[in-house]
Design a protein. Structure first.
Length: 139
């Protein structure tokens, strides 16, 4: 395997710092949230920054050819009140970068999950199992 990483160190640092900035703004908004007349303005700014950071990083991941479902899911969780204080977006971008730069480990984890599903098919719902439960025939 060649040692070329899909996402370079510089790109990784910029992406993580962008996510940390957005998560820090959300934490600050949560602290300011007790002041009645500032809260709507702070929330609006926070949502704007959330959307801007999400759109830029999502576009960057698409252009890099990286599967970005994890980051998308983490970004959606950032819009849930009180959960948005957690640095979910930062954790998911780190996970996406790791999975993009270490495809063998990601593939091995996926194969282990598939093997577990074959060994115990009731543990992981598949189309065949779901079709049997519903009473339809699987094609």
């Amino acid at each position: 395997m060649d040692d070329e990483k899909k996402i370079s160190l510089g790109e990784s640092i910029l992406a993580v710092l962008s996510c940390l900035f957005a998560d820090g703004i959300e934490a600050l908004v949560m602290l300011i949230g007790v002041v009645p007349f500032i809260t709507p303005l702070a929330l609006g700014i926070s949502w704007f920054i959330n959307f801007f950071v999400w759109a830029i990083i999502q576009l960057w991941l698409i252009l890099k050819g990286v599967r970005n479902l994890w980051f998308f899911s983490g970004s959606l969780l950032e819009y849930i009140p009180f959960i948005d204080v957690l640095p979910i977006r930062t954790a998911t971008i780190i996970a996406v970068i790791f999975m993009a730069n270490h495809p063998k480990i990601t593939r091995a984890a996926s194969l282990a999950q598939t093997a577990a599903a074959i060994k115990n098919p009731k543990a992981v719902p598949s189309e065949t199992n779901l079709a049997k439960e519903v009473g339809e025939t699987a094609e």
